[in-house]
Design a protein around this ligand. Structure first.
Ligand code: AVI
Length: 340
């Protein structure tokens, strides 16, 4: 027997061939040459850096998925528990029925799948940087939600998000879980959140997961786990940079470093040279002394009051937030300031 539920999910989905394929829009990506130039300039800067979006090549995405399964990496687990316990209240905090659900950084679409039945959207828009990944993820999701209209948007949203005109403008619900907002500096977070605000009419809603300040020992274990998965994730970026920028990094020359910088309220991740090394690329090179570091990621840890202020600066008012008993993680619902 096939049971169709009113939210577009089915207990026994129809044959895959019978379902319409979700449409995909690929927004312009920067040309390969400009990516190489950006990386080489960042490596040659007085404080060498690699922007964190380069973590996510195919292997990097798999390593990040492994991180989320680690006992030490609490954010994924605590956020999932918050959503399980409070989803009905979260869905009532601001009107979302019939919305266009915009899944920012959709990945495998699993997080969205866990909330879609409570939201009852008319349209589902998955946004991710990787077109290939989106195609596979949407093909899987449509088996579970065959009645839901789906669209994939492949775009780089590492500084702002701009949706194409085909995405319906009314009642957009932006779903941004996983505390990825922590990977922006506070001013950049305001810019990014402001770009979401500009893509909303007065009836738009934001659902966002935020990692909170907590004891240093918990934070540092989450970013330097016993199995070394986060270390592998961090060092893998060098392989990716070698392929994009023609550098000749040798992974054994670099070790993973992660610590909580209390004044800035952020985890910092670096790669530290374990000996004197010279890294070369077409047209340039740089010498790194033993102990010198390349900065790879910030992960800011917020307070409830501090994050409310960031939202307000971006033109968004908090209508509710939910935290776990330990106060480790928060899930916020916000709407345009002055809107409903
Ligand atoms: C994607 N982002 C929210 C992760 C974080 O916790 O900042 C990336 C990560 N880096 C190391 N572990 C996880």
């Amino acid at each position: 027997m096939t049971r169709t539920d009113p939210h577009g999910g089915e207990a026994n989905p129809p044959a895959e061939a019978a379902l319409p394929l979700p449409s995909l829009v690929q927004l312009a990506l920067p040309p390969a040459g400009s990516v190489a130039a950006e990386l080489r300039a960042a490596l040659a800067a007085s404080k060498a850096a690699i922007p964190p979006r380069f973590f996510y090549d195919d292997l990097g995405s798999r390593l990040f998925a492994a991180i989320t399964a680690l006992e030490e990496y609490y954010p994924t687990r605590v956020e999932a528990q918050l959503l399980r316990e409070h989803l009905p209240a979260i869905a009532r905090a601001a009107p979302v029925a019939g919305c266009t659900f915009v899944d920012v950084g959709a990945g495998n679409c699993e997080k969205a799948a866990s909330v879609l039945r409570a939201v009852t959207p008319l349209h589902y828009v998955a946004v991710d940087i990787s077109e290939d990944y989106l195609r596979t993820s949407l093909a899987q999701l449509r088996l579970r939600f065959p009645a839901l209209h789906m669209l994939g948007v492949a775009t780089d949203f590492s500084s702002v998000l701009a949706l194409p005109d085909v995405v319906p403008a009314q009642r957009r619900l932006f779903f941004y879980p996983g505390s990825s907002i922590g990977n922006f500096t506070p001013p950049d977070a305001v810019t990014f959140l402001g770009s979401l605000r500009r893509q909303m009419e007065t009836d738009g809603v934001l659902w966002i997961g935020v990692d909170l300040v907590k004891p240093r020992s918990v934070l540092e274990r989450a970013y330097d786990d016993a199995l070394g998965v986060t270390a592998a994730f961090n060092r893998n970026v060098l392989r990716h940079v070698n392929s994009l920028a023609g550098t000749d990094f040798v992974l054994d020359d670099w070790r993973h470093v992660a610590f909580f910088a209390e004044r800035e309220s952020r985890i910092e991740m670096h790669l530290e040279a374990v000996r004197d090394v010279t890294v070369a690329w077409p047209g340039g090179s740089r010498r790194f002394a033993n102990g010198e570091r390349i900065h790879t990621e910030h992960s800011y840890k917020h307070t409830i009051a501090g994050f409310r202020s960031l939202l307000a600066e971006a033109g968004l008012s908090t209508v509710g937030h939910w935290t776990d008993d330990a106060g480790w993680f928060a899930f916020f619902v916000a709407v345009p300031s002055g809107g409903s």
